[in-house]
Design a protein around this ligand. Structure first.
Ligand SMILES: Nc1nc2c(ncn2[C@@H]2O[C@H](COP(=O)(O)OP(=O)(O)OP(=O)(O)O)[C@@H](O)[C@H]2O)c(=O)[nH]1
Ligand SMILES: [Mg+2]
Length: 319
């Protein structure tokens, strides 16, 4: 299963303590206690591996290294090492304490999620003309510590939605290099699939059914993966016995999840047109046009012309 939601705890390292020290071999002015190093910080870094959140299924706490304490002879303690946690691009990061939200959108992008504590100053740093032999130093500060919620929202420009068995994955396979499992039963697709068409990322989402927003079937949690898309293509099988109802069912579930998703629907693909003659397909197209303002294209994986048309439509609406 694709891990797309997880809460983890991240903590920066503690700063090292400053040192109080006098070099007794010299005069009273031999103050030489060094400062502590800074604690390491925790960063997230974007990677292309969509499964990267899987690493957090069992290990959920991450703490960067503490800074080392200051030493004699004015020596600074070493800074603690930073930690870089890999997360897939598209990850939304919510800090549960501050409620601040950040997004990792590019490979290599780094986001600071817990800053290490500052090291304490050693007594050498406090030496002045009025206080030539300070007997104190600062303690290092604790690092920040937060629970953060990581949610993957895939980065795709186009989303395929529809009832189960409508032919979404089959079309993804035709249009892109993807080779996704296709079968003649419902809920073949259990997790979103991605494919690339002329640089555009297409996301094939598991089938929706009536009541998905209440958890029926596979639910609607997958819809978060098409929140970022510009275009949604609605797939309806020409085998449907009630085209209008099937159309409205899916549209309703999209609306229940997020009104703006339903508005992203730009085209309807009436699939498997090879199973009916031209006249019947025309009729079905007209029925769909009665319920939707969007245009309808009849497609079949056995009709290369229709696949080329589908490609052009997707490109036209996405750029
Ligand atoms: N005759 C015909 N069958 C098709 C066509 N496209 C898909 N199918 C068949 O329809 C069935 C379902 O196809 P999928 O692509 O798995 O459907 P899906 O919408 O991804 O289904 P879920 O993953 O369950 O949501 C498979 O048996 C496909 O072979 C088509 O153009 N013509
Ligand atoms: Mg599928």
């Amino acid at each position: 299963m694709l891990t797309d939601e997880v809460t983890i705890k991240v903590s920066g390292g503690k700063g090292g303590d400053g040192k109080v020290h006098f070099d007794n071999t010299k005069s009273k002015e031999g103050v030489d206690g060094g400062s502590g190093g800074n604690g390491g910080s925790v960063f997230l870094v974007g990677v292309s591996d969509l499964g990267a959140l899987g690493q957090f299924r069992f290990k959920k706490e991450f703490k960067a290294e503490d800074g080392k304490n200051g030493q004699v002879k004015k020596k600074h303690g070493r800074n603690g090492k930073d930690i870089f946690l890999k997360v897939p691009i598209g990850t939304v990061v919510l800090n549960k304490t501050t409620n601040k939200k950040q997004e990792v959108l590019e490979v290599g992008q780094k986001i600071l999620v817990a800053k290490g504590g500052v090291g304490g100053r050693g007594n050498f740093e406090f030496k002045s003309s009025t206080n030539t032999a300070p007997k104190y130093a600062e303690k290092g500060k604790e690092g920040e510590s937060f629970e953060i919620f990581l949610e993957l929202q895939l980065i795709a420009q186009v989303g395929f939605v529809g009832l189960p068995n409508a032919g979404k994955s089959s079309m993804l396979n035709e249009l892109t290099e993807a080779s996704v499992k296709v079968a003649n039963y419902r809920f073949t697709t259990l997790e979103p699939n991605l494919g690339v068409l002329d640089g555009l990322i297409l996301a094939d989402i598991p089938g929706l059914i009536e009541g998905a927003s209440e958890g029926k079937g596979l639910g609607i949690k997958f819809l978060k993966h098409i929140k970022r898309t510009k275009v949604i293509i609605h797939f309806i099988s020409s085998e449907s016995e009630n085209l209008k109802k099937d159309y409205q069912t899916v549209k309703q579930e999209l609306k229940r999840y997020d009104k703006s998703l339903a508005e992203k629907e730009k085209f309807i693909f009436l699939t498997k047109h090879d199973l009916f003659d031209k006249k019947e397909i025309e009729k079905k197209i007209n029925i769909l046009k009665e319920v939707s303002k969007n245009d309808v294209l009849a497609v079949s994986i056995y009709d290369p012309d229709s696949i080329e048309k589908a490609r052009k439509i997707i490109l036209k609406f996405s750029v």
